[in-house]
Design a protein around this ligand. Structure first.
Ligand code: ADP
Length: 326
């Protein structure tokens, strides 16, 4: 049974520079118990899509059904109740910084009117699930990014959702931490039978835990299906482009591993600063092949980082355009 169904959804923003159609005739369905990925480059419409699923954004046309209910036909109160079944996890964790970990996880239980003692008992149970029971009294600022995301997952569980929407939930994390968070999401999916929708620009996220995927490109679903099928035999240009992105991610991961092994300071700090700057952008990479042994990993305001298969000494930042190296 489909827990989420989108049928011919259109969403247009009107801004100072005219109208932007962020979603064009988007149709997809998420089956109960599956982990469904939505991948696309920056501006593809991913965030808009995820916000339409719980009607934080209202599309101008199309149908959105969650567990068979047409969301747009619900009253304000019914919609609020329905939203309680849908938890969200964000890239920036969105924890309450003035509250300790336990109180963060208690928060949705308090809102639901659960008595304090019972709320604390349940919250501790969820903290155990995410492996953070020893951090109950810590404040978010005292935790690493990965630990903060674990708290966010425990808090999501405390609202007893049937669906979790993850909006770039691992984009702020390094590859190793990403892996542990994905393992945790898989565990949550299996143990609590929660359907999960993952919005991401990272191929590793899709290939590591998603059952099915939709490739979003300029607001349209370019193709969708089981992950293995889509990326083994991609039919769309958008999916082929993402396969190149995967290669880049793998190289990047290799570099991170090498850096961990070899902590020697690089004499190419200027270039590295640009690379870090580019990597820290929320804007995902735009990928294209530029020549043998080379990939453009990111383009941003005229800076282009080119990554060769060799280590950092071969990283080059080129201003004003792509130049193949290697
Ligand atoms: P993604 O999450 O894939 O990066 P978004 O859903 O954020 O894509 O954006 C899709 C398109 O809609 C982009 O062109 C973006 O600039 C535009 N957009 C997103 N939100 C707004 C908004 N609130 N007002 C105007 N345009 C927007």
């Amino acid at each position: 049974m489909a827990v989420i169904e989108l049928e011919q959804v259109n969403k247009t923003y009107s801004g100072k520079n005219g109208a932007v159609q962020a979603l064009k005739e988007v149709s997809l369905s998420v089956e109960e118990g599956e982990i469904f990925g939505v991948i696309g480059l920056s501006g593809a419409g991913k965030s808009t899509l995820v916000r339409c699923i719980n009607l934080l954004e209202r599309p101008e046309s199309g149908h959105i059904r969650v567990e068979g209910k047409e969301l747009s036909s619900l009253s304000g109160k019914e919609l609020r109740l329905e939203r309680q079944n849908i938890a969200m996890i964000f890239q920036k964790f969105n924890l309450l910084m003035q509250r300790n970990v336990l109180d963060n996880v208690c928060f949705p239980l308090e809102i639901a009117g659960v008595r304090k003692k019972e709320a604390r008992k349940q919250a501790l149970e969820y903290l155990r699930t995410v492996g953070l029971e020893d951090k109950a009294k810590a404040y978010p600022v005292q935790l690493s990014g990965g630990q903060q995301q674990r708290v966010a997952i425990a808090r999501a569980l405390a609202s007893h959702p049937r669906i979790i929407l993850c909006d770039e939930a691992t984009s702020a994390l390094d590859p190793q931490t990403t892996r542990t968070i994905l393992e945790l999401l898989r565990k949550v999916n299996r143990e609590y039978h929660i359907s999960i929708v993952i919005i991401t620009h990272e191929m590793r996220v899709i290939t590591e835990i998603c059952d099915r995927v939709a490739v979003l490109h300029h607001g349209r679903v370019a193709e969708a299906g089981p992950v293995q099928e889509v990326f083994k035999n991609p039919k769309s240009k958008a999916a082929r482009q993402l396969l190149l992105l995967k290669e880049t991610e793998e190289l990047e991961e290799e570099l991170t591993d090498n850096d961990e092994e070899d902590s020697e300071e690089s004499s190419y700090s200027d270039e590295n600063e640009h690379i870090d700057e580019l990597e820290n952008k929320t804007t995902p990479y735009s990928v294209s092949e530029t020549g043998k042994n080379s990939r453009v990993v990111s383009e941003d305001k005229g800076h282009t980082a080119i990554l060769t298969a060799e280590k950092r000494k071969n990283l080059h930042v080129v201003r004003g355009g792509a130049h193949a190296v290697g």
